[in-house]
Structures are given as structure tokens and as C-alpha cells.
Design a binder for this molecule. Structure first.
Ligand code: ADP
Ligand code: MG
Length: 375
């Protein structure tokens, strides 16, 4: 009778109009992309991050520890004070740097060990992010850090610093009781894949990445030229890196920052997505970053952005599939006479299709396509 038929139609309607296939399109592609990226060395910490990565329009790389290996070496020691020998300058600098986790500090300590120099315990160690360190070695206040922030006391050493920087070295000034006693020239190796990663990122986002560094202008420009970056922001303190990110955001860009977390942790936090270098990064950074590049392979960064875009496209396609199925079945039911079993089959069928479609992003081919950035 009519009441039974009305009830059946209502049931059919509710089955086919239920939005299962609208919920299922979004999560499987993102989770599959996360699993795939993880297998290839990028740990993305949530589906939200995986979604945001694909929206990236601007990428900024930190220099030390990110584009470079972060394992610098001392190339030269220049004494500035006749009262000190090269070894004495190195010994005092290493003693002051021993508690620091900065890659330059580690290089200085390694060099002192290699020369069998005894490093006394220090007191009142203070790290000045983006600048350097100070500590009491015995009763002498030793400072090790950037010439840019050494102040006017550097006067006599400025020519030495300029000469060192002109050759592409990172100059670090050593002071004793605020008097410059020496300049250490350090070099760091460019990561072999850095130029390829910059090129792929430029192609993918349509915008050239930027370089953010606390190091000096001459060294930064030289390195940037080798990897193909022209937007170089040098001599930045950690807060200046944040300011740069905020400016891009104010211009309407979606920013991904890649760093090692040493002096760039605030910038990683300010960006839409902060990616930390797993090998070179500090422990705290690995915990707070949105994603971690496990094997420190920079080419995985454009790849994971491309993978996220693939996931976005699958989500869009899935929503279209789901909406089409629901639309057709609902209209059929309202206008014609859709049998309940067919309605249920069509509905569940579309849910399964959409679910399986998302899982395509688990395949190795999906990553390879992303890594080739044939986006
Ligand atoms: P980057 O931005 O390239 O990663 P940082 O911000 O870590 O570089 O450091 C910027 C500059 O500050 C260095 O080039 C160096 O001159 C100085 N500096 C920072 N920390 C130290 C330290 N522990 N010892 C010596 N110099 C330091
Ligand atoms: Mg760094």
C-alpha cells in the first residue's frame, strides 16, 4: 500500500543521500601520502601539514646545516694580538664553545682536539643566538662569534675579517676581555644535491626560493650563486628571519621554511610549514617542526610538496565522484523508482571507489612522479 511504499522510498533516500562518500574522499589520500613520504625519508607529522604543504608558494632555506652539511672545518687561524699564539686563540675559543650546540662551535672544538689542546672547564657560559657565545675561561671573559655583532672594538681586525670573508669563508672573531685576539676562517661543504633541490623547487612553485642566513653577506652571496638563489637575506638574527617570513605572508604567500633549528627555530614556527633537517637539526626542533627530512636529502622537499598536490587533486576528484553518485541516485529515487538494493549497492560502491582511489597515493609510482616533479 502507499504508506509502505512511502516508507521504502524514504529509506532508499536516506541510504543514497548519506554523505559517507563525502567524508571518505579526504582522509585516505592524505594518510596514504604521509605513509609514502615517510617511506622515502620525510616524516610529515599530520594530515593538516600534508594538506598545507601543497599550498606552498614560497620556500626559504637556511644556510648553515641546511644547504650546507653543517659540518664546517677551520681553514685558517689569524692571530690579531702578539700576546697570543694560534694555538692559544684556538684553545680559548674551543673552551668557550664546548657547551654550545652550534655547528661552528663543534668545528672549533674538533680542531682543538685534533691539535691536542687542553680545554679547561668554563663558567658563565652564555649563548647569544645568531651572534655567538661568551664564557669565563679561568678569570678571562672569552667571546666567540660573528664579526657583524662584535661592535666597534673590532677596528684593528676588520681588514683581516674582510680578507677572510672575501674568500668565501665564514669569519668568526675571538675576543679576550672584549679585545679581538684572532679570527677563525671556517668553511662548510655545500650539500651535493642543493642546486638540484633549488631548481626543482623553483619549477614547482613558480617562485625562486630565498636564502635566510645569519652569516655574512659575501659568504652567503657566493654560496647562493652556486645553488641558483638570488634572493639572499644575510646577517639575520633569529628574529629577522621571522620578520622575513611575516613579510612574505603579508604579501599573500604561503611559506615553507627549511632549517636545522639552530637560530631558525622561530622562523620554522612562524612559517605555514616548518621542515627540519633530521640529521643536522637539534632535538627540540625535531619535536616542534611540522615535518622532518630524515636523511637530510634536500630533493625530498620539492617531492613532498608535489606529493601533497597530488593528494589534493585526488581529494577533488573523489569529491566529484561522490557528489555525482549521490546526485544521480537521489534524483533517480525522487523522480523515478530506485529499488532499495540498487540504491545501497550504488552508495556503497561509490564509497569503495573513492576509498581505493585515495590509496593510490601509497604506490611507489606516486612518489617517483612527485620526485620527478612532473607535478
Ligand atoms: P645560519 O643562519 O647560516 O644557519 P646562524 O644564524 O646559526 O647561521 O649563525 C649566524 C652567525 O652567527 C654565524 O655565521 C657566526 O658568525 C655567528 N655565530 C652564531 N653562533 C655562533 C657560535 N656558537 N660560535 C661562533 N659563531 C657563532
Ligand atoms: Mg642554521
Amino acid at each position: 500500500d502507499t504508506r509502505q511504499r512511502a516508507l521504502l522510498r524514504a529509506m532508499t533516500f536516506m541510504s543514497v543521500a548519506a554523505p559517507c562518500a563525502v567524508v571518505l574522499p579526504t582522509m585516505p589520500p592524505r594518510l596514504a601520502a604521509i605513509a609514502n613520504a615517510g617511506r622515502h625519508g620525510v616524516l610529515v607529522k599530520s594530515a593538516v601539514v600534508m594538506e598545507k604543504l601543497g599550498a606552498t608558494t614560497h620556500v626559504a632555506f637556511d644556510k648553515t646545516g641546511t644547504l650546507t652539511r653543517g659540518i664546517p672545518e677551520i681553514a685558517e687561524i689569524r692571530c690579531l694580538d702578539e700576546g697570543f699564539t694560534d694555538d692559544e686563540v684556538l684553545r680559548l675559543a674551543a673552551a668557550a664553545e664546548r657547551p654550545s650546540e652550534h655547528p661552528l662551535a663543534a668545528a672549533i672544538v674538533r680542531a682543538a682536539r685534533a691539535r691536542d689542546l687542553r680545554m679547561p672547564e668554563v663558567t658563565e657560559f652564555t649563548a647569544h643566538p645568531g651572534r655567538g657565545v661568551t664564557a669565563l675561561v679561568g678569570d678571562r671573559l672569552i667571546g666567540v662569534g660573528s664579526p657583524a655583532t662584535a661592535g666597534p672594538g673590532l677596528a684593528s681586525g676588520q681588514a683581516t675579517v674582510d680578507a677572510v670573508q672575501a674568500r668565501g669563508y665564514t669569519a668568526v672573531i675571538v675576543t679576550c676581555e672584549h679585545q679581538p685576539i684572532g679570527v677563525l676562517a671556517l668553511t662548510d661543504q655545500l650539500r651535493p644535491e642543493a642546486a638540484a633541490a633549488v631548481r626543482a623547487t623553483t619549477e614547482l612553485t613558480g617562485a625562486e626560493p630565498a636564502l635566510l642566513t645569519g652569516d655574512n653577506r659575501a659568504t652567503a652571496d657566493r654560496l647562493a650563486a652556486r645553488v641558483g638563489i638570488t634572493d639572499v637575506r644575510a646577517g639575520l638574527l633569529p628574529d629577522d628571519k621571522v620578520t622575513a617570513v611575516r613579510q612574505w605572508q603579508a604579501d599573500g604567500r604561503t611559506v615553507t621554511v627549511v632549517g636545522d633549528g639552530i637560530n631558525d627555530a622561530p622562523a620554522l614556527a612562524a612559517a605555514e610549514v616548518g621542515i627540519a633537517m633530521g640529521g643536522a637539526g637539534s632535538d627540540l626542533t625535531l619535536q616542534t617542526a611540522d615535518a622532518v627530512v630524515v636523511r637530510d636529502d634536500l630533493t625530498t622537499i620539492p617531492a613532498v610538496i608535489a606529493l601533497s598536490r597530488q593528494a589534493r587533486r585526488v581529494v577533488t576528484a573523489n569529491l566529484a565522484i561522490a557528489a555525482t553518485f549521490i546526485g544521480v541516485l537521489v534524483v533517480w529515487d525522487l523522480a523515478g523508482n530506485l529499488p532499495l538494493p540498487l540504491g545501497v549497492a550504488g552508495h556503497e560502491g561509490s564509497t569503495v571507489i573513492v576509498g581505493l582511489n585515495g590509496l593510490r597515493l601509497l604506490r611507489r609510482a606516486a612518489w617517483e612522479r612527485a620526485a620527478g616533479t612532473r607535478d
